[in-house]
Design a protein. Sequence first.
Length: 725
Amino acid sequence: MLGKNILEVFPAFRNDPSYQEFRRALKGETVHIPASFTPGQQHYFETYLIPVRDEDGTVNAVLWMVHDLTREGRLQLERQYALEMLQEEHRRLSEAQAIGHIGSFEWNRGMDEVSWSDELYCIMGMEPQSRTILASETDNWLHPEDQQAVLALKMQSFEQPGFYHIDHRITRPGDGKVIYVAHRFESMADESGQVVRVHGTLQDITPQVEVRQKIEASENLLRSAERVAQSGSYEVELATMTFQFSEGMYRLFGEVPYSFEPSLDFIDFRSHPDDIAPIKAILEKAASDRQPYYYTRRIYRKDGELRTLEAHGQVETDSQGNAVRFIGLVQDITEKQLAAQNLKQQAEFLKSITDAVPDMIGVVDLPAQKVQFLNRDLFAANGLNPDALEQRAWEELEQYVHPDDRERLGQYKRQLISLEKNAVAMIDFRCLSGNQTLWLRNRTKVFRYSQEGQPTHLLTIFQDVSSTYAAQETLSQLNASLQQKNRELETKNEEITSYAFITSHDLKEPIRKIHTFTDMLRLRDGDRLSETGLDLLNRMSASVQRLDYLIGDLLSLSRIHAEDAHFEEVCLSEVLDNVKGELEAEIQASGAKILAGDLPVIRAIKIQVFYLFKNLLSNAMKFQEPGNQPAVHISAQFVGSNVPKEKGGSGDFVKVSISDNGIGFDPKYSDLVFRIFQRLHNKEAFGGTGMGLAICRKVMENHRGFIEVKSQPGKGTSFCCYFPV
């Protein structure tokens, strides 16, 4: 082949792409044809075409050098394939992480930088590879409530290489949102046993946790609802007769939830014997008809208590329509049954009451404007036909009302629909009953309202008050007669009072003359009288003195009766000063000490308060042990309404107290001392008429107040006068 044209040796070379490269070489250009590493080839060659020149530089040959690169080509293809497979694996891993919300990380313990996958950036709310993550900052993203547990596990992994897992919360650095993550990692140690590398994954499990929380909340709500409603649920697989109870179902039987596997034998054992067969028939029929079912069952709880359960259930079928399962809801209706029984008994009791009470009772349906209920016997007993009244329109009943009362009763009925809650309306009217007219008293209240708050039913009670009106008529006549008698009595009292005043006043003159004559007789003829005569004269003088005191007290008492009750502002200190002036001789003679605090100004009858103070001070000085110096204390205080109701009634009071250090008396005589002419002591030892305290009591009655006394023998006496404010 030497010396021949290449195209002669290789005719097909003209069409080979390399032919043109040869032509370039023949023109003096060195040509390199690299190997093409294309999958599927058997051999790979690298070619160099080098022009060979003669002495004058003319290309007269081409040096064709071929290198066999088959081995290198195959290695390069294998590396390329491995790289492509690795890239594909990385892509699939990234897709899997994105789908499963799983991000991966890797950390060499000697460095602060942590390597994160793209998905971990996304889980943390950040753009993939947007910034460098440092190990020192990741602890700050742990939820405060979970931080201690996570850090403790992290420290444990540094001490004991191995696999670790914990679910916890993280506050995402990207947006501050709190998420739940499943944190799985492995700590790896070097030859010395020191942890040098940690790698692992974080999976966003927030949706799963939220679903679990919702399920738990729903289950808790169901358990709470079952507990509150005293209910439970169950399922029965008919093919195997296996039972499943809810927590509430266990509780209905008084058992600890899930402490045993329920069965038909258990249910029959706890059921009342009389209920087993009827319920079995109900369930067999329900399974046959594929229809919902209902029954009540009496069961014995674990503690032996008998309870009544109400069950509502349905039958579930397979694709062929065969009954395969019972699902039921059970509720304890023991209290409900008892309430129904009690309600029935109460209704019967109420009917007995309405039939027994001497009143006519009815219920009016306002929307229907009809009488809905009557205690029939009592209406009939009062001469009213219950058949004519019951279920009649309300307006039709006006024919039984006296014509003069119809308009007034119509206004009353129109006002009933606007009654306030719990308010009771009342009216008296005349009712026509046969040939007689009855006075009826009606009391009505709204006892039932609609959901909108509008009254729907009235409870109305009719009472026959005919006898009351007849009694009122009789009472009116008696009152008129009594008023006439009172006027006559007042006239008589005025005449008696006037007579007592005039008589007492007229008696004063002869008394004074007797005083004068006895004094003259003692002065002129006293030395000529015998001891007996002188004693009789002294006794006569003392009797006249007592008669004078008695007439004086009678005059005071008559003035208290006769005087008009002229109330005015009275200064008690001023009245006390006037009384002390009136009793000046007695005060000096007895050496009495009269001490008074600040006394108020009250509305009173001045002259009567004067009599009151005078009598009480006189008694305080008079009723003393011989040789004892009288001491009288006078004080006043506002006591408000803090007084005995039976004495003071209502209102506020001022209490004026007058206390002494006299002989006192037994408390059992506290009421007796205020009676006229009543004396507790010998009149020879202690003078007086026995009228002073009666006058004091009358004064307090005129002021609509009262007087009290507290005393002990030998410990003095205290009078308390209560004046209304």
